[in-house]
Design a protein around this ligand. Structure first.
Ligand SMILES: [Zn+2]
Length: 113
């Protein structure tokens, strides 16, 4: 499952970057996920909830900040909100859309208790 490996990589990143004496105090990890990332948020939350139980920081919660996608029409240059593939340009109806934003998945921060 795609989301399981993403959840694992989030946990690995936390292990690598947070000093081990601080891990028991880690409260919440905040992720930014684009609407065009293809990630199932429910599946990711579920996977994370299971995997985190087998770490030194089972108390860690995950918060997802959903980022709107943005596309640019290659015919007329219009930039518009683009949260789903296959939507035409609102200006000219063109279907040649370049994705500018919305495919990301990144950790924004980890807050401590
Ligand atoms: Zn256009």
């Amino acid at each position: 499952m795609h989301e399981l490996s993403i959840a694992q990589s989030v946990i690995d990143t936390i292990k690598k970057n947070v000093p081990s004496d601080l891990l028991p105090k880690a409260d919440k990890v905040k992720l930014q996920i684009g609407t065009l990332s293809g990630i199932e948020l429910d599946a990711l939350t579920y996977s994370f909830g299971i995997l985190v139980q087998n770490t030194a920081f089972p108390q860690l919660a995950m918060e997802i900040d959903l980022k709107e996608g943005k596309g640019q029409c290659q015919a007329c240059g219009t930039e518009f909100t683009y949260n789903k593939y296959g939507i035409p340009c609102p200006q000219c109806g063109g279907f040649s859309i370049k994705i500018i934003d919305g495919k990301q998945m990144k950790i924004i921060n980890i807050t401590m208790k």
